[in-house]
Design a protein around this ligand. Structure first.
Ligand code: UDP
Ligand code: UDP
Length: 343
């Protein structure tokens, strides 16, 4: 049985526990898929049928136990509270290294901790992979392209990143994580995979995560104004979480190191996103402009030609189809079971 090992967010001294990262969403999805799918060496993850065992490692800085609570009784599922900045000894065949807060609000909260997670945390996971001969998948980010001067972004683009800015702990951290990954690959012959994840959203995301999709959805449901930062003309491309999970698993099981962009090429300005949220939740939702944050990338859109050709992967869920699935989950969590009575 393959032991799949998922790493989630790093710890910090704060007790902010009501938030969730894309990494966590993805990890939760991965666990679910391991349970369900039968093909490609992945087996039904049920008692008595054999199949993969899954160990989830999280420190619950941005992740929440509730996100995986439904797997708790499964004998092939195990959860460990641990921070990847500290070494750990485990016997595993595959490592999905997703640890790091991914919302700018969270990764700027303790920037030194963020870069330690990306550098020391990644080093520890690579050391673990080397010791047990596991295949190692790094979830990097579209932020390695910085405020890109090429559009859309192709994997061969080296990026335009400010090394001393407030986002550097995350984007330079992930760039270093990619470097470490390739150095272990070349130097220690480790089997590695690198994904560059673009903006992702979906159910189980923390309501107060601070990112734009979760903010707009929660604001519209609570009848608060949608906060658009800057002039709202900056763009992002939004990927539904199940597409990301499928891409990560195809990457892990495939033959190619990458890096691969994993994102939905559908590109929206923040004002266009606000419109989609209005259409989905409340046409009367107001928009309120706020000052933008420093070094905010002006545009972002993945070129996914490489993933299409080499992984046979492309996203299936458009924003207008994915958003309602997230809204349903947010509605339940914000209003509880009385949701049907909410306007
Ligand atoms: N490491 C770990 N678990 C393991 C093996 C290694 O956490 O099962 C950590 C180890 O503590 C070290 C890092 O991974 O800090 C890098 O390990 P490696 O063996 O590559 O380098 P070295 O220990 O020789 O510096
Ligand atoms: N943003 C916004 N309103 C919000 C939160 C974010 O307009 O309430 C903008 C933010 O300035 C950025 C974009 O939305 O241009 C995406 O931000 P997010 O934090 O979701 O992710 P990023 O791509 O910056 O990591």
């Amino acid at each position: 049985a393959t032991l799949v090992f998922l790493l989630l967010s790093p710890s910090t001294t704060t007790t902010t526990s009501s938030s969730s990262s894309v990494a966590h969403l993805a990890a939760v999805g991965l666990v679910s898929r391991q349970y369900q799918s039968g093909g490609a060496g992945r087996m039904a993850f049920e008692e008595g049928t054999g199949g993969d065992s899954v160990i989830v490692v999280d420190n619950f800085f941005t992740g929440r136990k509730e996100n995986v609570a439904h797997h708790a009784g499964n004998p092939n599922f195990e959860m460990i509270r641990h921070d990847v900045v500290e070494p750990i000894l485990l016997e595993v065949d595959q490592i999905y290294h997703l640890a790091c807060p991914a919302s700018p609000v969270h990764y700027k909260f303790n920037p030194v901790k963020t870069i330690k997670t990306n550098v020391v945390g990644t080093l520890n996971m690579l050391g673990l992979a080397k010791r047990v001969g596991a295949r190692f998948l790094l979830t990097s980010t579209s932020e390695v392209y910085g405020d890109p001067l090429q559009h859309p972004q192709v994997e061969t683009y080296w990026g335009n990143v400010n090394p001393i800015g407030v986002r550097s702990c995350y984007d330079e951290g992930k760039r270093t994580a990619e470097t470490l990954t390739m150095d272990y690959h070349r130097g220690a012959n480790l089997e590695v995979r690198i994904a560059r994840i673009f903006n992702t959203y979906g159910p189980r995301m923390c309501i107060d995560d601070g990112r734009v999709v979760s903010n707009f959805v929660a604001q519209a449901l609570r009848k608060e104004p949608l906060t658009v930062y800057g002039d709202g003309k900056q763009t992002r491309s939004f990927q539904y979480v199940s597409d990301l999970v499928e891409g990560l698993m195809k990457l892990m099981e495939g033959e190619h190191v990458g890096p691969f962009n994993l994102g939905n090429p559908g590109e929206f300005t923040m004002l266009e996103l606000a419109k989609v949220v209005q259409d989905t939740i409340d046409p009367n939702a107001r928009i309120e402009f706020r000052a933008n944050t420093a070094d905010d990338p002006h545009k972002r859109k993945p070129d996914i030609t490489k993933a299409k050709e080499l992984l046979g992967w492309e996203p299936k869920v458009a924003l207008r189809n994915g958003l309602p699935l997230m809204v349903q989950d947010f509605r339940t969590r914000i209003f509880g079971d009385q949701k049907q009575q909410q306007p």
